[in-house]
Design a protein around this ligand. Structure first.
Ligand code: ADP
Length: 582
């Protein structure tokens, strides 16, 4: 190397088209004149990197699963990596190609993780199905997605038996178990046990080596109107979301941590933990099918879990169990709670009785799903305990990688004054720009913002607080109930003129549906009659907790039901199920 003041050989438009030899790589011809390109490696952000890293950097770190069959299974990231590769080979030999949709109907387990990476890393799309939906909806979603393979857990055999004839495109079924646990006379064609499917398969299979914008995962979210909508994640969005999640003020974690994601992989990718845990080297504890207080406690205590994540309902069950048994949480340091607003009593119980930090999280499927998290700033920590609690009950601040603003009805950004509420808008590399196979797909405004359907305000310190919901859905126990589906069925009753479903507060489930009915002139009906009419047409847990009869359902200017007015009218209505839950 020659030092001097003269123009060096590489001191020009180094990586651009004008680069002197040897250039790192030829630059595209359409680079504007004068633009200088960096000379760093091209390293496509594909999710195989995550598990490849874990297999090399954290090969012995454990992945512990409470298996659906019962026993606790202990694996390592290297085991998961090896078996995921075998799964890839099995899928390829079975004819699965890049872009094919491979579905799962499964709990959080090591096997689910193997199939997850086994599918994604060969460029096929892993489609997580939500088993809490009505079987008819699951079949609809599978057909819409064009799933050709389904992995599922023993628990969900009845669902698959009910739907397989209605999903003609699905040509292969794989049960996450071994031959010893295979059911007899199941009636499902092309069904094989997972262990047999991957047994003896080669680990020598090509992963990655495709464009980072290749589709990677698919997850449907219940629509505000009409049919469920598919969010199609890319490899790049998943890798960047992993990095978002690894920030210490987000979920964080490292090799000293043990993570228990109770939040399911089938609901918004377990908040990205199936990626961020192997990336950061956290030991992973997978709860399988059991989410009751005692089962979760057993894992928290037995595996010395330091960080965990779930919707508030799960934590209510755990806290109840702790109160009944007098047990404590000596290992647990941080609990991430989201999907619904955190009730104050849960927050105070964890922090004040059990000395566990609560991080309140907000997000949505369309955001991969992390949006904001409530880790406290030094300024807030200097305030009184009640002020700290007030801030913790807000929905948190954005990590790097998420942009957020609040807009008024005219599309103007409102001030961050902790008072002015409006439409909560987000932007970022892990936020959806369109839905899968949905015509008229533009879902962003002219500045590229996605409207979350939540109504919120922001404070000068960046804490976001949800104050209402513009979208027409009910969230019960962290899962959606489509008010529109219930209404559509209810108006099918011959005596009903109009019907509306709204969510009312509930101490255990956060919200439960109330069905409001306007009868046709001269007709009457009972609550029981209405509920009976819904039976079998919706998932059982969607059944409204109460039915109210009104003379007239209020309509807005465009003829749509005025839900705001209904929510106001029924704000003091106490559901009959509330008392029993308190
Ligand atoms: P997830 O349940 O994983 O957050 P969904 O897409 O099912 O993802 O639901 C997203 C919606 O759930 C949000 O738009 C918001 O209405 C509601 N939500 C999520 N987290 C919270 C929270 N912490 N507080 C209040 N509402 C929340």
């Amino acid at each position: 190397m020659v030092f001097g003041f003269g123009k060096s050989k590489t001191d020009n438009k180094a990586g651009s088209a004008a680069a002197a030899k040897p250039a790192a790589s030829p630059a595209p011809a359409d680079i504007p004149q004068g633009q200088m390109m960096g000379l760093m490696q091209d390293w496509p952000l594909t999710v195989n990197r995550v598990l490849e890293h874990a297999a090399i950097a954290h090969p012995h770190r454990e992945v512990v699963t409470r298996s659906v069959e019962g026993p606790i299974i202990r694996q390592t990231y290297k085991d998961i990596y090896d078996r995921a590769r075998q799964c890839s080979t099995a899928l390829k030999e079975d004819g699965v190609q890049m872009g094919d949709r491979v579905a799962t109907l499964a709990w959080n387990t090591g096997r689910h993780m193997e199939a997850w990476y086994g599918t994604m890393c060969i460029g096929s799309v892993l489609h997580t199905l939500n088993p809490r939906l009505h079987p008819e909806q699951i079949a609809w979603i599978m057909n819409h997605a064009g799933d050709s393979v389904l992995f599922f857990d023993l628990t969900f055999l009845p669902i698959v038996q009910a739907i397989h004839q209605h999903v003609p495109g699905c040509r292969r079924y794989i049960l996450f178990t071994d031959d010893a646990h295979m059911p007899k006379d199941h009636g499902i064609p092309n069904l094989v046990s997972y262990e047999t499917y991957i047994a003896g398969k080669s680990m020598d299979v090509k992963w990655g080596d495709f464009d980072e914008n290749t589709a990677c995962g698919l997850c449907y979210t219940s629509g505000t109107t009409g049919d469920p909508k598919g969010v199609l994640y890319s490899h790049r969005s998943n890798v960047l979301h992993t990095m978002i999640g690894m920030q210490p003020d987000a979920i964080g974690g490292g090799v000293k941590d043990t993570m228990l994601p109770v939040v399911p992989m089938f609901h918004a990718n377990a908040w990205g933990i199936t990626f961020s845990a192997p990336a950061s080297g956290m030991k992973l504890v997978m709860p399988g099918a059991k989410m009751d207080g005692e089962s979760i406690y057993e894992l928290l205590d037995g595996e010395k879990v330091t960080t965990t994540a779930a919707v508030p309902t799960v934590w209510l069950m755990l806290l109840q169990y702790l109160e009944q048994t007098g047990k404590k949480l000596p290992h647990l340091q941080k609990v991430v709670i989201g999907g619904s607003a955190v009730p104050e009593r849960i927050l105070r119980a964890f922090e004040e009785t059990y000395d566990v930090e609560v991080v309140h999280a907000w997000g949505m499927t369309e955001m991969s799903p992390m949006g904001s998290l409530g880790s406290m700033t030094p300024e807030v920590m200097a305030l009184s305990r009640d002020e700290v609690v007030r801030h913790k009950l807000k929905q948190g601040r954005v990590p790097f990688g998420v942009e957020m603003c609040v807009k008024d009805d005219d599309g103007n950004i409102v001030p961050r004054d902790a008072k002015t509420s409006g439409h909560l808008m987000v932007r970022g590399p892990a936020v959806a720009k369109a839905y899968f196979r949905k015509a008229g797909g533009e879902i962003l405004d002219q500045d590229g913002w996605f409207d979350t359907g939540d109504v919120a305000n922001l404070c000068p310190q960046g804490f976001m607080q949800i104050t209402d919901r513009a979208k027409d859905v009910i969230k019960s126990g962290g899962e959606w109930i489509s008010s529109i589906d219930i209404e559509n069925i209810a108006v099918g009753h011959p005596k009903v003129a109009n019907a509306a479903a709204i969510g009312l507060p509930h101490p255990k489930w956060d919200e439960r549906p109330l069905l409001i009915v306007q009868m046709k002139e001269g007709e009457t009906a009972t609550k029981e009659e209405m509920l009976q009419f819904l039976e079998g047409k919706i998932a059982k847990w969607w059944t409204p907790d109460d039915v109210a009869f009104v003379d007239e359902i209020p309509l807005g200017a465009t003829g749509k039901i005025n839900k705001l007015k209904l929510r106001e009218t029924f704000k003091d209505h106490v559901l009959p199920t509330v008392q029993a839950a308190e």
